[in-house]
Ligand binder design. Structure first.
Ligand SMILES: *[C@@H]1O[C@H](CO)[C@@H](O)[C@H](O)[C@H]1NC(C)=O
Ligand SMILES: *[C@@H]1O[C@H](CO)[C@@H](O)[C@H](O)[C@H]1NC(C)=O
Ligand SMILES: *[C@@H]1O[C@H](CO)[C@@H](O)[C@H](O)[C@H]1NC(C)=O
Ligand SMILES: *[C@@H]1O[C@H](CO)[C@@H](O)[C@H](O)[C@H]1NC(C)=O
Length: 488
């Protein structure tokens, strides 16, 4: 019955009328923002009492792992130049600025009995500067820079992390919660899982699917515990909103008239966006994910499934732990059945991915431009999770850093257009959009090769001079006028 229901939903999605005219104005109160993350912009990696995190450790001990042996030791130097960043956000007329807090600035080892007042001070100054300029802070508690000491204890595959993360969140609510009304607990938990499973990012482990699903399970429990902590101790007074930024491509059937491909696409979406959404909106892993991972584990002769199980109590605590849906989205793929020989084959979910040759590819091979994927994903989220309010907390384009970044403008324009279609044609409750990124920054394993900023940063200049690009002016006009078809 469930499968049938899913298929009907997919059929409806694929017959969205293409010719409906849509308004180019965003709804009243629509929020525009831009996003960054601590390790990618701050630099000052060992200043003012900051401790070592897993990125500091990896880039210093294994520099060859990152392109050009680049690192975030200085990055955009935003630790010192945060006022320039805020001025750039102000001039864009942004409603909010999404940034993340570096855990080891707050507590050098990650344990909360030894706080670093200078680190807490830094974020108070940044938040105050934003508020003085009428920009709402949207704060990500964890954007991948785990304290190395907690990693040495096992990191996100050790259940003790649930308590460490909750204690950390308590310190953040206590110190900043009077001024911060938008919180993201974890950024892209799925990508953190890849860091444990197959050498994707720091801590650069290779724990395969066991580590992959375990890191996801523990992050979900940590997220739900922080949500309940807020309800119990802070919400009445602080009146903020909390979510978790869930990332994912959207998967579409390779052959739109194949019932098999439609079912495979739905399964792929349940393994991607659904992995973290289903527990939060419906209380447990999706039945299709449960079934496929359990079966695979059994075939492999394992005594238990690599996908851990929630207790009934945990399921109850997970449901409803997002005040809005926070979506990070960049690209989409086509899927069909495939074989294990295909490198893009997901052996647990049993699908292979493809791209349409006509889709433009950015400088980052994974970032393929498919604006209709965002439209369909927003409709999928509406149908699966009962039309929650959605804030797109990341969306953006990679290029070589040119100032006249017309491709970035085309990308943002087409994805905003898809957002408008979801709002007006499908009544999707999208309430905000965040461009990744405000400024060029350290792009993880790709170092400084790929640029995502609306502002150029000269990484060869000790002053890290910032120069707005063409996309900055374009986005400023969109934000200022609240509509898309604007001159730039
Ligand atoms: C890790 O797995 C993901 C799929 O989950 C894949 O996209 C990525 O290329 C893999 N990375 C490595 C280094 O194998
Ligand atoms: C993880 O996967 C790799 C590649 O398939 C394999 O070589 C390695 O033995 C696996 N490790 C474990 C612990 O299963
Ligand atoms: C797509 O699927 C339909 C229905 O199964 C089938 O008739 C058609 O041949 C398929 N097209 C391609 C290109 O495989
Ligand atoms: C949005 O896309 C439609 C085609 O689907 C196009 O007609 C329209 O001009 C686009 N609007 C903007 C502002 O890009």
């Amino acid at each position: 019955m469930r499968n049938l229901h899913n298929l009907i939903v997919i059929v409806i999605i694929t017959i969205i009328p293409k010719s409906l005219t849509i308004k180019s104005e965003f709804p009243d109160g629509f929020l525009f923002g831009a996003s960054t993350a601590s390790y990618q912009i701050e630099g000052a990696w060992n200043e003012d009492g900051k401790g070592e995190n897993i990125w500091d450790k990896m880039v210093h001990s294994r520099p060859e792992l990152v392109k050009d042996s680049a690192n975030g030791d200085v990055a955009c130097d935003s630790y010192h130049k945060y006022k320039e960043d805020v001025a750039l956000a102000k001039d864009l007329n942004l409603n909010f600025y999404r940034f993340s807090i570096s855990w080891t600035r707050i507590a050098p080892t990650g344990e909360m009995h030894k706080l670093n007042p200078k680190g807490i001070d830094y974020y108070n100054r940044l938040i105050d500067e934003l508020l003085a300029n009428n920009i709402e802070p949207m704060v990500t508690m964890y954007h991948w820079d785990l304290p190395q000491y907690l990693q040495d204890l096992g990191g996100w595959v050790n259940p003790i992390m649930v308590d460490y993360f909750t204690e950390y969140a308590k310190v953040l609510f206590s110190n900043f919660g009077d001024k911060v009304k938008w919180w993201i607990t974890l950024n892209e938990p799925k990508e953190t899982c890849r860091a444990y499973s197959n050498h994707s990012y720091a801590p650069y482990l290779n724990l395969n699917n066991t580590g992959y699903y375990m890191a996801g399970h523990i992050q979900l429990l940590a997220h739900s515990k922080v949500y309940h902590l807020y309800n119990e101790l802070f919400r009445d007074k602080q009146k903020g909103k909390i979510s978790i930024s869930i990332s994912g491509a959207f998967y579409m059937p390779k052959n739109e008239s194949s019932v098999d491909d439609m079912e495979i696409a739905d399964r792929a979406n349940n393994f991607e966006i659904g992995w973290f959404s289903h527990p939060i909106y419906k209380g447990d892993y999706s039945p299709i994910m449960r079934k496929f991972v359990d079966r695979k584990s059994k075939e492999e002769g394992r005594p238990w499934s690599t996908l851990p199980t929630f207790t009934d109590e945990e399921i109850k605590l997970l449901i409803g732990t997002a005040d809005f849906y926070a979506l990070n989205h960049y690209s989409s793929r086509l899927v069909t059945s495939g074989s294990e020989l295909d490198p893009s084959f997901n052996s647990d979910a049993e699908y292979s991915t493809f791209v349409d040759e006509s889709w433009p590819v950015s400088i980052a091979p994974w970032l393929i431009v498919v604006p209709e994927g965002l439209h369909k994903l927003l409709v999928w989220i509406k149908n699966q999770y009962n039309n929650p309010p959605v804030i797109i907390t990341e969306n953006g384009y990679a290029d070589d850093g040119r100032i006249n970044d017309l491709e970035r403008i085309d990308y943002i324009k087409s994805y905003l257009n898809s957002t408008l279609k979801a709002i007006y044609q499908n009544k999707c409750n999208v309430i905000g959009y965040t461009c990744w990124s405000l400024i060029d920054n350290f792009e993880w394993m790709d170092g400084y090769r790929y640029h995502f900023g609306m502002v150029h940063v000269d990484f060869n200049d000790p002053l890290r001079q910032r120069v707005p690009k063409a996309s900055y002016q374009f986005y400023k006009n969109v934000v200022t006028n609240g509509k898309l078809d604007v001159q730039y």
